[in-house]
Design a protein around this ligand. Structure first.
Ligand code: ATP
Ligand code: MG
Length: 576
């Protein structure tokens, strides 16, 4: 390595990186090993992106490694579909676990042996209480728990029962293996936590081999130790589990000594990030699947057209802290715009078409004009766009009686057609109901390319699409899935589902260059926003998702919106 081993080249500072830096400097750690440990019971979301950026990021920056570990200890909810999707998403985010792909289930045999080890050491016992009784005996935050009558059964009896649990002699819920710690502990997690439960259910990886499964708390820290993880970084809700994490590590013959550190999970305004809720949104049909572009899942964001670089940039900007906060979703939009501005080719598309006939342009004639692909990137070059006597413009680029600051088209007014000519509106043609259905205009042939030789100026430039080469398209506009900054703060989060989160425009037209847009490839529709073709596109009919509007129409509302009092949320703003 060229830089010193204890310096993160990117220069990122946060309390986790400070700990790692100090451990390396003091020689407590030789090689940093982290892990990203999803449970394969759903798809990854943007909160997981934060965890990935932290775990893979720290490993990269300090010359260590990061494992991908599936925390697959609950076969009832876990599926191969999720295991595959998670790997796709982690790779897409730009992270590489190399050969370090692990499963908690790889350790089931060893974890079982260590269960017997604890029994023999008098530190675990088989309990016959029912799940309800165990709950009742556990006590509360203010009252100590009560010891199970089975707590004092002999080592031999517990060993025998544990083996018979494994052999499948008992039905679900009849017995559990519990650690023998302290039923009076102030920390409820230490009141003889369950280590193993009986679950007659096939596992996606181990099939029918097991009918007892380790709990998360038991499997997680031990998997860390088995893999040689040095820094086990998790979210704050596990802070109270850390004493149990340490107790298990201290009482088992583990090959290494990992330490757990907790950081604040990502909370995003107008968004839910709990897997339980995301599963509900999918199962109850509030969205069209996990990859619905309104979902905060990685696959939803990808389908919406969000580039992984924008997510990594977002995670860098929000940083890593120890206190819970609420991140303004506008910051994410800002990062998306920043990333796409550099890379997305510009195209013209009209979402609400209004036909324009240019009366002095010869019928049947077309010509090609040169349009710039990306003003941010000269190397992106130019493309031809077809001009003709009939074109479409955006309905709201015309007003019959324009207010003061409206500089677009109006009767008698001249504007520039982007990359083309100046046109002047001569007449608005209406239907019986009085709605404008067509504009009659004239153009000035001397203004080809967009400038008048006589130096006269126009105030407005509008985009357009020639009817001669227009591609009919569907465009899907997305808004936040929730109307409340903190969904569910005042009751059921589902009550705040935004009924207008999806708007489907079926009569859009796009310039010919958009005919074969590859799904997922970003484009900017000039003056409107960033879009990408959706996987629903066909050769005849492309479908575009709006990834993000050019300027955030919500920004003003959000600036005023006050995040609910009584929470210690702080708001990060895009422009702060
Ligand atoms: P959820 O709370 O959404 O159901 P989870 O914690 O059950 O998520 P896991 O699959 O266990 O989901 O998470 C894998 C890793 O991602 C864990 O280390 C977890 O702490 C972290 N993680 C989950 N949600 C967030 C979040 N919102 N912000 C940061 N990290 C998160
Ligand atoms: Mg979890």
């Amino acid at each position: 390595m060229s830089q010193t081993e204890t310096e993160a080249p990117a220069g990122k500072r946060d309390f986790i990186r400070d700990i790692v830096r100090a451990d390396l400097a003091a020689g407590r750690t030789q090689t940093v090993v982290t892990r990203f440990p999803p449970e394969p019971n759903g798809y990854l979301h943007i909160g997981h992106a934060k965890s990935m950026c932290l775990n893979f990021g720290v490993a990269q920056e300090f010359g260590g490694r990061c494992h991908l570990r599936f925390d697959d200890t609950n076969p009832i909810k876990e599926e191969m579909e999720f295991i595959d999707a998670i790997q796709t998403d982690v790779r897409w985010m730009g992270f590489d676990w190399g050969r370090h792909l692990y499963y908690a289930s790889d350790n089931f045999e060893l974890l079982y042996d260590w269960g017997e080890h604890l029994i023999r050491a008098g530190k675990a016992y088989v309990d016959d209480l029912s799940p309800d009784e165990i709950r009742a005996y556990r006590g509360t935050l203010t009252e100590p728990g009560k010891e199970s009558p089975y707590r004092t059964r002999s080592v031999d009896e517990s060993l025998d029962l544990f083996r018979r649990m494994r052999a499948g002699e008992f039905p679900n819920g009849e017995r559990v293996l519990r650690a023998k710690i302290d039923m009076a502990s102030g920390n409820i997690n230490l009141r003889d936590p369950v280590l193993y439960r009986i679950l007659h259910a096939p596992h996606p990886r181990t099939g029918d081999t097991w009918c007892i499964y380790p709990t998360y708390d038991y499997a997680h820290g031990e998997s860390d130790a088995i893999e040689g993880v040095t820094h086990s970084i998790c979210t704050l809700e596990f802070e109270d589990h850390r004493p149990l994490y340490d107790w298990l590590i201290d009482n088992l013959p583990v090959p290494s000594r990992p330490r757990q550190y907790e950081f604040a999970r990502l909370n995003l305004s107008y968004t839910v990030l709990s897997k339980r809720r995301l599963i509900q949104l999918v199962d109850e049909g509030h969205v069209n699947g996990w990859d619905d572009p309104r979902m905060p899942t990685i696959c939803g964001l990808r389908r919406r057209g969000v580039p992984p670089a924008a997510l990594r940039d977002f995670c860098d900007r929000i940083g890593v802290a120890k206190a819970d906060n609420l991140v303004e979703v506008g910051l994410l939009d800002h990062c998306i715009r920043e990333a796409l501005n550099l890379t997305a080719p510009r195209r013209m598309a009209v979402l609400h078409p209004l036909k324009v006939v240019i009366e002095n342009y010869p019928e049947g004639r077309t010509e090609e004009l040169e349009a710039i692909n990306n003003p941010e990137d000269p190397a992106a070059g130019t493309r031809p766009v077809t001009f003709s006597r009939e074109i479409y413009i955006e309905r709201d680029d015309f007003m019959e009686e324009p207010p003061k600051k409206f500089f677009r088209l109006a009767p008698g007014r001249e504007v520039r057609l982007r990359y083309a000519y100046f046109v002047t509106c001569r007449e608005a043609v209406k239907d019986e109901s009085g709605e404008v259905i067509e504009l009659r205009c004239t153009y000035d042939p001397a203004t080809r390319g967009g400038n008048a030789p006589d130096g006269r100026k126009v105030k407005g430039t509008i985009h357009w699409v020639s009817t001669a080469t227009a591609v009919a398209a569907e465009v899907r506009l997305y808004d936040h899935l929730f109307t409340e900054p903190v969904p569910g703060a005042g009751g059921d989060y589902r009550d705040g589902i935004n009924p207008d989160s999806l708007t489907v425009l079926t009569d859009c037209v796009a310039e010919a260059a958009l005919r074969d847009a590859a799904p997922g490839a970003p484009v900017q529709f000039e003056r409107q926003g960033y879009f990408c073709a959706d996987s629903d596109s066909t050769a005849e009919r492309p479908v575009f998702n709006r990834t993000v509007a050019l300027r955030d129409s919500w920004a003003k509302i959000q600036a005023k919106a006050e995040v609910k009092a009584g929470t210690d949320y702080t708001v990060k703003r895009a422009d702060a």
